[in-house]
Ligand binder design. Structure first.
Ligand code: XBP
Ligand code: MG
Length: 246
């Protein structure tokens, strides 16, 4: 039987990338006097690399190789920029805030009422999870989650399955007793490699990703007054929306 729900954070609980993380990176760069600016399209490409520090390094290697070769201590600069980015990002979550996606609040409240255990498996920094849950549900919400696996607790980030193994071990449950929720191909690959059946709710950034291994691909998790629709798999119906029969 189903015992636990395991949620990704960025893209899944809230659409945090474009007007959250991206803006926070740009603010950190500007504050450091750098002329780097990530527009929404470039940021979509950079999202192929999960983890903020890893993403900055990838950007330097790919787009600023000469600057990178002149840096005396790139890791130290990346760590400083990333700490500033986390400060800007958590400030953005407090004000103006980023709302939960449709159905997230309903599903989490219903799961708690049913006695299902809840967990988080994300590459994002722990402070970002704390800030998102506190802004959306209030200060107590972190205690609703039996396990919060986040950030650098495992060295290999998604698409590696390590963060899901970390969470499953601490839940003390087999993968078959859990359901994962993801928004991206990297996330789906991580969850699937750990043996988890996974529901995907894509965002604008991930709608062209390969989700053929998903249990289901939905436009969102669905509220009572706003039912979710199934995004049919490619080959069936493109990625057209299909109404779920009542
Ligand atoms: C989300 C990410 C994160 C955030 C930034 O991936 O890749 O890197 O963009 O977080 P997923 P940090 O939703 O698959 O977990 O800057 O805190 O690393
Ligand atoms: Mg995600």
């Amino acid at each position: 039987p189903l015992r636990a729900l395991i949620f990704d954070v960025d893209g899944t609980l809230a659409d945090t990338e474009r007007d959250g993380h991206r803006l926070a990176f740009n603010r950190a760069f500007a504050e450091a006097g750098l002329d780097w600016a990530w527009d929404p399209a470039l940021y979509g490409d950079l999202l192929a690399v999960t983890g903020g520090k890893e993403r900055i390094r990838h950007y330097l290697e790919r787009h600023r190789p000469e600057e990178l070769s002149r840096l005396p201590a790139p890791d130290a600069l990346i760590a400083r920029l990333h700490a500033a980015k986390t400060r800007h990002y958590t400030a953005l979550l407090a004000d103006p805030g980023i709302p939960f996606r449709h159905g997230v609040r309903r599903l989490i409240e219903e799961a708690r009422a049913e006695g299902l255990r809840l967990a988080i498996a994300t590459t994002t920094t722990p402070a970002n999870v704390t800030a998102l849950l506190a802004a959306g549900f209030g200060r107590d919400a972190e205690s609703w989650f039996a396990v919060i696996g986040a950030g650098d607790v495992v060295p290999a980030k998604k698409p590696a399955p390590d963060i899901y193994y970390y969470v499953l071990e601490r839940l003390g449950l087999p993968a078959e007793a859990c359901l994962a929720f993801e928004d991206s191909e990297n996330g789906l690959r991580a969850a699937t490699a750990a043996g988890l059946p996974t529901i995907v709710t894509p965002t604008d950034y991930s709608r062209d990703h390969d989700f053929r291994d998903a249990l289901a691909v939905l436009d969102h998790l669905g509220d009572r007054d706003r039912p979710c629709r199934v995004l049919a798999p490619p080959g069936l119906n493109g990625f057209d929306l299909v109404d779920v029969p009542a």
